[in-house]
Design a protein around this ligand. Sequence first.
Ligand code: FAD
Length: 620
Amino acid sequence: MTHEKKHRIIGIIGVLFLATVLLLNVVLVNNAAKRELARKEAELAALSPDAVSLKGTGKGIDGDVVVQIIADAEHIYDVQILQQNETQGIGSVAVEQLPGEIVKNNSILVDGITGATVTSNAIKTAIREALASGGFDPAVFEVELAAAAPVEKTDETLECDVLVVGAGGAGLTAAVRANQEGADVLVIEKMPMVGGNSNRAEGGMNAAGTKLEEELGLLDPSLGELQSTVENYIADTYRLGHDLANMDLVRTLAENSSEAIDWLGSIGAPFTDVEPTGGCKGRKYLHQPEGGEPVGEYLVTRLSKVIADQGIEVMLNTKATELIVEDGQVVGVKAEDKEHNYTIRANAVVLATGGFGANFELMSSYDPSLANAVTTNHSGATGDGIMMAQAIGADTVDMEQIQLHPTVIQENGLLVSESLRSKGAIIVNTEGKRFVNDLAARDVVSQAELKQPDGYCYIVFDQALVDGLSLAQKFIDRGFAISGATYEELGKNIGLSDEAVKNFVATMEKWNEDVKNGEDTEWGRESLDYDLTTAPFYAIKIAPGIHHTMGGIKIDTEAQVIDTDGNVIPGLFAAGETTGGIHGGNRVGGNAVCDFVVFGRIAGANAAAFAAEGVLAAAA
Ligand code: FAD
């Protein structure tokens, strides 16, 4: 019998065997089931006398990944994932695809799923553990795979009205919007999954003058300077970007933000909560989904559903390599996957390829100190769209403006979202003291952290915050938050010196007193809505990490790409982090999601109108 046949039969038998074992765990074990089990065991033993069912565990992005395998010393016949809580659209792709690849190749050394490294490694670790627990040598399954025979790629030509390059938040938004305007839309995405950096956004989406803010009384003139008005939002965005942004783009962002929130509601993605935005003097622009659900996953999931419902094709694992220009107009792109070289002809192209926060070569050409920094970005954030646009004469702006986020776990680049601070968390140093307005602009907090002893700090919160913000619970589940029943115990558990523990207790008591009195007497933080008095208390070790690339392709307020002579490049639109000019020298937390929805909508509507009539949409 061939290995493949034997393997298929044993795989089927293995599944039946596991199902039978489960049955036996039920209280009423009957004789028929016992006989069935004995029969399956006998069949399994006849095919592979040593094949056994084994369990192993690996650490995923969100808790344990538990696998059950059927294997003997030479073959892995079956891999089932018994338990996992990996990110939908990222880790879930590895959960779906990797077990089959490992069984097919009888090797753990198959390539992990690009963009889902942590989950891929967790599955592999769990399989190694399972093999070892059965007395089998995992090294037998660690042999390098023979290099695949080179594939002769075939040429293929595709056509559409609007081609969207990149399936992150900006691309998905533009695709939905262009399709709503009647365009035949095609989306290409180089990764094995949609979502890009957008899928990682946890905090929220800024917007001003929204219906929700009105309902919550945040537009009440009696609030004076605290009002969440469009004018305040423009002023905050421009000021926090160090007056470097393009004011026309900032105004477009702010003036369209409320309508963007309404539009998201209309496609099944409403917001229910509004919190203060970091650096904005306590003003509340940060819109969040119910229960503090991570905003990126929330929006990508819902946009993807609309994409599927509207029948828009998304080609994964398909990378755009260059723009096609004829008579000064962009008429498509060249792209490739493992088997094809594509020429995709389109009446309009939207570049939505994201930033370059994972392209260390490019970033360190602007700031050499970033060469060894950690990044919060997904591995596909390499600036492809910027380079493709530059190659046909597009201009760029603010490329040297690269943002460090102050609350990044250094071991893995995981971001501790700003929403923890918006909901009341504070930052202390290793002396147990606060040293900055914790909700100041990101660059201010990051620079203050870099001056602290030991080069790292702690973000501190309490159980009440966890109860109101589901994403905070994840850090506890993942093992990144250290806890203590009292401030003193927490201080000791995170390894502070005796003196620092005393400082820490005093810091916490002072903070709670200031919250009660409504004034941060030490560092002038404006938003003091929540004290930290509900035990247990938590701390996560953090330091600054690369987070956002503010610079990129130059666009106008219609999302048209501008060339180095200041002229529009006909047929080419861009939106999201691939563009520059909206955030100036510092991106405000919550503004990138607003950016991708607002400019994604404008780019989509204008690309559809341009594709149909050669003109722009009357109103995006
Ligand atoms: P992306 O979402 O990165 O999408 C770009 C897509 O293009 C990717 O899928 C990429 O693979 C694809 N692509 C790239 N090159 C090619 C190519 N050559 N061919 C085909 N496809 C290609 N902002 C907020 O406002 N609020 C937050 O709470 C927030 N939290 C964040 C948390 C984290 C951890 C990170 C990393 C960012 C966060 N941001 C937040 C920033 C925000 O998520 C991003 O700036 C924004 O989502 C970018 O959207 P985008 O669509 O432009 O790019």
